[in-house]
Design a protein around this ligand. Sequence first.
Ligand code: PMP
Length: 424
Amino acid sequence: MTSSPVPTRQTSGQPPTSAAAGTRLDPWFGSYAERTHGMRASEIRALFAVANRPEVVSLAGGMPFLQGLPLDTLAELAQQVVATRGLTALQYGSGQGDETLREQVLEVMRLEGIEAHPDDVVVTTGSQQALDLVTRVFIDPGDVVVAEAPSYVGALGVFRAYQAEVVHVPLDEDGLVPELLEETLTRLEAAGRRVKFLYLVPNFHNPAGVSISLERRPRILEIARRHHVLVLEDNPYGLLSFDGDVLPALRSWDDEGVIYLGSFSKTFAPGYRVGWAVAPHAVREKLVLASESAILCPSNASQLAISTYLANHDWKGQIKVYREQYRERRDATISALAEYLPDASWTVPTGGFYTWVKLPEGLDARDMLPRAVTARVAYVPGTAFYFDGQGADHMRLSYCFPTPERIREGVRRLAGVVSGEAEL
Ligand code: PMP
């Protein structure tokens, strides 16, 4: 095939030019495992360098707004951890996670109607690691994961890395559409495909901003159960509802058919990198083994910092502070969209970080992005949130980080770019 001293590998998804370029640039190109061919930098990561420049209003990343955190109190708590439990905090710990923290996690989950035992909880390095572990434990190349259309870009990256095929099922303003889920699972079953799990972000969806309605939740579970499909409920935003109403988690109806993922990243701080999984007993055993082989154990220092925070600070009050901050930003986003982009349409989230904007007819969010960045505003094109390149007519706007004034300015700049495109 080639006279190059380094063997090349052609895969169906890769044009020969990029394979040849890879050979020239990377002497190890021919040695990579097959699964790495599905790995690619997320569209968001490529954007971060430009989007983080101060003159750009970034409506792209999902960084929580941390300025409301009581840093002095947190510094005291961190000092207390090292002073009183330093030799534990700095030591290796349990692969499943700190037992006290696992008990505290139960209290957090009770707010969403989940009753569990500390043994059911596996602490992970953010819920992102839990996504990786679940996928590692369940997916063989070619297996199917069913996910909402659109779906969380970071989960799609994991599914790709383990060579799953993602089949999307549409959502609407009440979340995943049960009838379409039924149809899809029946079709896949008839085609002899193995659906390993149904991946859902039930609350304040990333990127769509919608939640699965109370009425749909048991229906979705019933359909999944009937088709013998495990549900992976990824719920980092559930407690961030603007009116304080918290919907019961899917896991609260079903201990055996649902793996629930939680995180402290949005309700406290992502820097400690602490999340968790709650899984049926046998699954939990596998997740702990997989996690031990990946990282030995989650960071004791991070776990004890969070555990001390939960025990000594009004963490529910902090969540209320976050809700207020994000509600104000949501309001700024929606009113700016109505004022500056009346020809677009968008979801109106009742919690969380994101709104999903449909552009006026004929516009392509990915093509438009370089011009938007030149106009000093950034967003994530809808294509990032699909397995198969759909979604060019949408964009995700994150309102979590900029001030309301900056959001208004960002949407105003975006409108300028959109009207310029429309005239082209
Ligand atoms: N799931 C969803 C839906 C997310 O939006 C994120 C973060 N953007 C994660 C998982 C990962 O969060 P973390 O690893 O910080 O817990």
